[in-house]
Design a protein around this ligand. Structure first.
Ligand SMILES: Cc1cc2nc3c(=O)[nH]c(=O)nc-3n(C[C@H](O)[C@H](O)[C@H](O)COP(=O)(O)OP(=O)(O)OC[C@H]3O[C@@H](n4cnc5c(N)ncnc54)[C@H](O)[C@@H]3O)c2cc1C
Length: 472
């Protein structure tokens, strides 16, 4: 279907073929902007194995208690219409306030509706938007075009390709290396509904590895599902830090601050100082949101690495916060002893002699004390990965091997110039683009909707300009 205002494709003029790999929020918003902006004959294809476009990992949850971690007023998917999500929510839900934290699945419905609206408004002939429900396995450059090989055997040719691969799964972690935990004792992918349906959680003791937002999501699901409630949940991470809570009535208009552009430590001192000056520390953290990408871009590589090693955990728990209702709920579970958060390193993990339990030894932070746990199930909640050696994404690994993408200087995600992908020789690959979590190492802030929506709009502008150059 063609977008409004676009020239219908003439028979003699083949369309400029844009293939977006990944149909989460990043892919869906790129398609929306391409279809809205184009004045040329454009064919937009999204390759995404999920049935629905626009949900991806974060918004495909079916759980009503998985809430957005940003108030409704901050979740517009359109950069130049800041009230867009709030207005949509007010049309579909009762009594929505700007400060409300709405269910993530409702946000998924919003993104799907946005794409559907653009497609419905389009004119004939149809066919300029297609969802191919498949997985890309490999890609190579052949002259001016890209050839993509799909898992189902199909080969698709593209003039421009967008990598919107999003939150990538991790390989089996080191702490499992020697241990062949049986499937009934270990869940590697905490998002796999199929895997959860194969294990017994009712009355079980569960160890969650990780204490970030993924772990919080899983604790909520486990304790709210009345038929499968575990007896006790332990959550372990090196620092044992849970995400902090948002204010119950978050400030929406936060005065912007500017980070000093020299060292990570100077920025930390500045943030601490500002936090002390404000009515609440969250105003300082939120105040630097607008300048974080620029600050990061100018930070020397050694400083970035040092930040990622020593400060990132602290930054993440203050920056990516829980909705107040969720934070209260988690606190209640801790208070009742049903959830115990442990700070330490996994030292040992073995099947018990009778093979029925997993015996775990955790070295507490500082190393002087050890804790022994006996659990029924271990769940990997280490969250999405971005380092090439730790990801489990054969397609991206193939691109690294082919030298079509290269790890960025902090070895986290890929190297880009703006939104254009750089190859192994450091050159811009014509018409190969990326956005979203893949750019986290380059921008620090590149995983959430407020950043993704700006990238998607800018990317569509770039691609439409290229399509114009090529076809005129
Ligand atoms: C649990 C969770 C909660 C979050 N909550 C919020 C929030 O409240 N507010 C906020 O602003 N941000 C939130 N985020 C940040 C979130 O990352 C972004 O909002 C957004 O979902 C990222 O979208 P994406 O499309 O880049 O990635 P994803 O959602 O990960 O989508 C990528 C898609 O690419 C597909 N894909 C991958 N490889 C291939 C391949 N080879 N071939 C074809 N398809 C492929 C996958 O199937 C997937 O659907 C949350 C993230 C998570 C993980």
């Amino acid at each position: 279907m063609n977008p409004p205002g676009a020239e219908p494709c003439r028979q003699s003029l083949s369309p400029f073929r844009v293939v977006i790999i990944g149909g989460g929020v990043s892919g869906a918003l790129t398609a929306v902007h391409l279809l809205r902006q184009t004045q040329h004959c454009l064919s937009v294809v999204i390759i995404e194995p999920r049935e629905d476009i626009g949900l991806g990992l974060a918004y495909s949850t079916a759980c009503d208690d998985h809430l957005l971690n940003v108030p409704a007023a901050g979740m517009s998917a359109l950069a130049d219409e800041p009230e867009h999500f709030l207005d949509f929510a007010r049309r579909h839900l009762k009594q929505v306030q700007a400060v409300d934290f709405l269910p993530r699945k409702f946000f998924g419905f919003y993104i799907r509706s946005l794409l559907a609206e653009v497609l419905e408004n389009g004119s004939e002939p149809p066919g300029s938007f297609t969802h191919v429900q498949d997985l890309v396995k490999d890609m190579e450059r052949c002259g001016d075009v890209y050839k993509l090989s799909l898992a189902g055997g199909e080969v698709i040719v593209a003039d421009a390709v967008v990598l919107a691969l999003g939150n990538l799964p991790g390989r089996r972690p080191n702490w499992l290396h020697k241990l062949a935990l049986e499937d009934r004792h270990y869940i590697h992918d905490p998002w796999s509904r199929e895997r959860w349906s194969q294990v017994q959680t009712a009355g079980a003791d569960i160890l969650i590895v990780g204490t970030g937002l993924t772990a919080v999501d899983k604790v909520i699901e486990l304790t709210k599902e009345t038929l499968s409630v575990p007896r006790r949940i332990f959550a372990v991470s090196r620092h044992g830090l849970l995400p902090r809570a948002h204010l119950a009535l978050p400030e929406l208009d936060v005065p912007p601050l500017t980070l000093p552009e020299n060292t990570a430590l100077a920025a930390l001192h500045y943030l601490k100082f500002q936090a002390g000056q404000k009515a609440d520390w969250r105003l300082a953290v939120d105040g630097v949101r607008g300048c974080t990408q620029e600050f990061w871009k100018h930070l020397p590589v050694l400083q970035k690495r040092s930040f990622l090693r020593h400060l990132q955990t602290y930054w993440d728990v203050h920056r990516h916060r829980m909705a107040p209702r969720i934070a209260d709920y988690i606190k209640g579970l801790e208070g009742s002893g049903r959830l115990q958060v442990v700070a330490g390193r996994l030292e040992k993990m073995d099947l018990s002699a009778d093979g029925r339990r997993v015996e775990v030894v955790i070295a507490h932070r500082g190393g002087a004390k050890f804790e022994n746990l006996s659990v029924d199930l271990v769940v990997n909640c280490c969250g999405p990965q971005s380092t090439p050696r730790s990801i489990d994404c054969p397609f991206l690994t193939r691109l690294y091997e082919r030298g079509m993408v290269v790890a960025n200087d902090t070895n986290s995600g890929i190297k880009v110039d703006g939104l254009e992908v750089l190859d192994g020789a450091g050159l811009s690959s014509r018409n190969l683009y990326a956005l979203g979590p893949l750019l986290k190492g380059e921008l620090l802030e590149s995983v959430a909707v407020p950043e993704i929506k700006v990238q998607a709009q800018e990317l569509a502008r770039l691609i439409c300009a290229r399509a114009g150059e090529t076809r005129l």
